[in-house]
Design a protein around this ligand. Structure first.
Ligand code: SAM
Ligand code: SF4
Length: 330
């Protein structure tokens, strides 16, 4: 089948799938305390998610990442993984999951059994009070147990941390040392203006380009050529021996090599995290599910793929998109 190539010659080989917009945390940069979740009828069923993943794999997607919202709160999520794993080695190289880790202690072994070998766990603080303030829920002990269980099961863990000026800026070197001491890579992320939240993102924003410059006053950072088809740039911290990634959509954009598209839990295909351009795949899927119609909708979407996003620090106080990261899948 014809591979998916966008108008700028980039091959689409990576699909991120948000399996639910619901979550058991309420991180301050991601959603409001009173976030209104979508009615269940809006969500793709497990069978529909499986069908679309299969179509994308047939069109050249080699890596699938399941995310949310919180994927581990989605009923039937393990069934989806067990179904999709039939493609491993048959076009699909890898299935990964991004989770907040709250339920990972229970899910680590089932995830491994379903073919997952790597998980990204979001940890914005290792101080219980700070964690509870950022996540609006006191769940750090569960997350740490989840990470231990994942390691014990044989899952490789990467840590994701959103850098926040007032909440965890001072803790970032500690977090990096903590992750590296346990053998985990860690990626720092700038807050992106996606969806309304209760606070002004301008107050939360911390430039990682600045953080990196500061780090260079006390650590030796060696650039690494590693690319994951996404926007992260990696360095080795010589003092810890670990790998540290920076995702800097606001201060440096790295869209030129981006190979990923995102499927929301409602079946919209977004071509870029920072653009509203999207195509509805649920309608052709539910209108009889004719394969040609679904393929045509995907082709039409890829033809619309923009060159890159246009987040700007000056416009951070207003969301660039109405969509929250939890709907699109971070
Ligand atoms: N609930 C899971 C978790 O937190 O890992 C998966 C979904 S979450 C939307 C995926 C990633 O997006 C997390 O690392 C989270 O910190 C990040 N994220 C959420 N909202 C964001 C925003 N507005 N700007 C930057 N990163 C964000
Ligand atoms: Fe939930 Fe993840 Fe958003 Fe936090 S970042 S509220 S854990 S979806």
């Amino acid at each position: 089948m014809k591979p998916l190539i966008d108008p700028f010659g980039r091959a689409i080989t990576y699909l991120r799938v948000s399996v639910t917009d619901r979550c058991d945390l309420r991180c301050i940069y991601c959603m409001s305390e009173r976030m209104r979740f979508l009615p269940r009828t809006e969500l793709l069923s497990i069978e529909e998610l499986d069908r679309l993943c299969t179509t994308f794999i047939q069109r050249g997607v080699r890596r699938l990442r399941f995310t949310g919202g919180e994927p581990l709160v989605r009923k039937g999520f393990l069934d989806l993984l067990h179904s999709v794993r039939r493609h491993l080695g048959e076009g699909l190289d890898e299935i990964t999951v991004t989770t907040n880790g709250v339920q990972l202690a229970e899910f680590a072994a089932p995830l491994f059994a379903a073919g997952v070998r790597r998980v990204n766990v979001s940890v914005d603080s290792i101080d219980r009070e700070t964690f509870a303030r950022i996540a609006r829920r006191d769940r750090l002990p569960q997350v740490l147990q989840g990470i231990e269980a994942a390691v014990a099961t044989g899952l490789k863990v990467k840590i994701n941390t959103v850098a926040l000026k007032h909440d965890n800026a001072h803790e970032i070197p500690e977090l990096v040392k903590w992750a590296h001491a346990r053998g985990h890579d860690i990626t720092l992320i700038e807050t992106m203006p996606l969806g309304e939240i209760d606070e002004d993102r301008t107050d939360q924003f911390l430039s990682l380009t600045r953080v990196r410059e500061d780090m260079q006053s006390y650590w030796r950072l060696t650039n690494l050529p590693d690319r994951t088809g996404g926007p992260a740039r990696y360095v080795r911290v010589e003092e810890t021996g670990g790998r540290l990634g920076f995702i800097t959509p606001l201060t440096h954009n790295f869209c030129e090599g981006c190979s990923r598209v995102r499927l929301t839990c409602t079946g919209r295909l977004y071509l870029c995290l920072g653009h509203e351009t999207s195509v509805d795949l649920r309608t052709p899927l539910r209108a009889g599910g004719d394969e040609d119609a679904i393929q045509a909708a995907i082709d039409a979407a890829i033809a619309l793929r923009p060159k890159g996003h246009d987040f700007q620090i000056e416009r951070l106080s207003k969301p660039a998109t109405e969509r929250h990261m939890s709907v699109t899948g971070g």
